[in-house]
Design a binder for this molecule. Structure first.
Ligand code: PGA
Length: 253
């Protein structure tokens, strides 16, 4: 793996906001997404799955119900999907999004995009996904979690800076971590379709959320180490507008 990035592009310090606990992280992230939609109802949102965004989605649902936050003109693109899982599969990311957010707000389902885990021609599907993002005008705000190994979406360590939407193999560590959502580790798909690092860096603003002490090491590497392919999250230092919302534990304190 060539980890000599030798990039001439300037580096940026992400804006790090340390909050008390995971509820505050979820609420602050929801506020940022909500104000994006209020400023521009036609916003193109990049969305994420996993444990981290659940509180954020719960809060957005509450804002929709109680404050009439209106998603009707918004469009969304999700980061990734397991290859081999139908969108109706309980562990598919399409199902996660429908269940946690889309079915509880007034977004037009036709404007929600999640890679198709059953695409017969995966390469063509990945290219089309990139085209759709581009045609939409580009992602205004991309929500991100971070893996324990520093992965961003399913861009595992070693992913290239200019990587695009593609099929990737999951590391043994990711399969093991994600097996908590499946009956057994053998049921976890071995590959996934993910937006690339290059795709993510094209979003206008990035919003990364993390909480819990088990994320502290990844957050530390992301913020303090020089960018390295070994820690995909550290590559976000090439983006000028990154906000990181963490609780105290994930900040190492
Ligand atoms: P998590 O996953 O939110 O379930 O911790 C984050 C990730 O793996 O990107």
């Amino acid at each position: 793996m060539n980890d000599d990035l030798n990039m001439n592009a300037p580096l940026h310090q992400p804006k790090v906001v340390v909050l008390e606990d995971s509820d505050q992280v979820g609420a602050r992230a929801a506020e940022i997404i909500a104000s994006t939609i209020r400023d521009n109802p036609h916003s193109i949102l990049g969305l994420a799955t996993g444990g981290s965004p659940i509180r954020t989605y719960r809060e957005l649902v509450r804002m929709h119900r109680e404050s009439e936050l209106d998603f009707s003109a918004a469009t969304s693109f999700n980061l990734d999907e397991y290859v081999g899982l139908d969108g109706g599969h309980p562990q598919s990311f399409r199902h996660f999004m429908d269940d946690n957010l889309f079915s509880k707000i007034n977004i037009d389902l036709q404007k929600t995009h999640v890679p198709d885990g059953l695409a017969t021609d995966v390469q063509t599907h990945c290219r089309q996904y990139e085209d759709e993002i581009r045609r939409s005008g580009g992602i205004e705000l991309q929500l991100l979690g971070i893996g324990h190994n520093g992965h961003i979406a399913f861009n595992e360590p070693g992913s290239e800076l200019d990587s695009r939407t593609r099929e990737v193999s999951l590391t043994a560590e990711t399969i093991e971590k994600n097996s908590r959502f499946f009956d057994s580790v053998d049921d976890v798909p071995r590959t996934a379709v993910t937006m690339g690092i290059g795709t993510i860096l094209e979003a206008k603003r990035l919003l990364l959320i993390a909480y819990g002490s088990d994320k502290a090491e990844a957050i530390d590497k992301m913020i303090r180490q020089k960018p390295s392919l070994q820690c995909p999250a550290s590559l976000l230092q090439y983006h000028p507008e990154v906000t990181v919302l963490v609780d105290k534990a994930a900040f190492g304190g």
